[in-house]
Write a protein that binds this ligand. Structure first.
Ligand SMILES: CC(C)(COP(=O)(O)OP(=O)(O)OC[C@H]1O[C@@H](n2cnc3c(N)ncnc32)[C@H](O)[C@@H]1OP(=O)(O)O)[C@@H](O)C(=O)NCCC(=O)NCCS
Length: 186
């Protein structure tokens, strides 16, 4: 089972169906801030919706298309981070994430993404990773920026989020960029 210690007290772990209720509770109390940027929030009305999502991403993992994980801080589930289905033909992947407001601003997401990039490049042998963020989603854009991704462009009106089109910034990093970035870490 995919599980990584990211830092003392921070762990990412493959989501399990039994966690649906707990994960729904976190998403539900963050509904207003999450729905601004994440198109699935309005369709997620009950723990059962989360359970079906978890079953889908477990299938993804067992088909070798990458893990979607729960983020655990001091043993408490507080968000998710993971890979969208890997494009093996091109050895490309893309990352997505969200976190409980109580854990925002502490570097949890940046460090979880770093652990997933280590996994993607060192263990899976992927070549490129992408993160797509709304152009006005500054907190989200700051994550790939901090990790050394390049801002590669904007795909206009690329995502329908509840009631409006959102332009997305494409952030990309190549395996060699990540190795260079890691070597330069203090
Ligand atoms: C986008 C989102 C996940 C970013 O979360 P975040 O907590 O800001 O990101 P991080 O965990 O990387 O935290 C970064 C902050 O921690 C600080 N930090 C502290 N220790 C740190 C460390 N060891 N490493 C990196 N940053 C650290 C950074 O300086 C930064 O502080 P700042 O916000 O004052 O600039 C969050 O805002 C969210 O859930 N938003 C709603 C959903 C969403 O938009 N998802 C993304 C869709 S594309």
């Amino acid at each position: 089972m995919f599980r990584r210690t990211v830092a003392p007290g921070i762990e990412i772990k493959l989501l399990e169906a039994a966690e649906a209720k707990a994960l729904f509770a976190v998403a539900d109390r963050n509904r207003d801030r999450l729905r601004r940027w994440l198109p699935w929030v309005d369709q997620t009305r009950a723990a059962e919706d989360v359970r079906l999502f978890i079953l889908r991403v477990l299938e993804q993992y067992h088909s070798n298309l990458g893990p979607q994980t729960g983020i655990w801080v001091d043993g408490v589930l507080c968000g998710t981070v993971g890979l969208h289905p890997i494009d093996w033909g091109n050895r490309n992947c893309s990352l997505g994430y969200w976190i409980d407001s109580a854990q925002e601003g502490k570097g949890v997401i940046t460090r979880c993404c770093a652990a997933l990039l280590d996994f993607a490049f060192d263990e899976l042998g992927l070549h490129r990773a992408e993160i797509r963020c709304g152009t006005a989603n500054q907190r989200s854009c700051a994550v790939p920026q901090r990790l050394g991704f390049s801002r590669e462009g904007v795909v206009r009106e690329s995502e329908w989020v509840n009631d409006r089109w959102v332009d997305l910034v494409v952030w990309g990093i190549l395996e060699e960029d990540w190795r260079r970035k890691r070597r330069s870490r203090p």
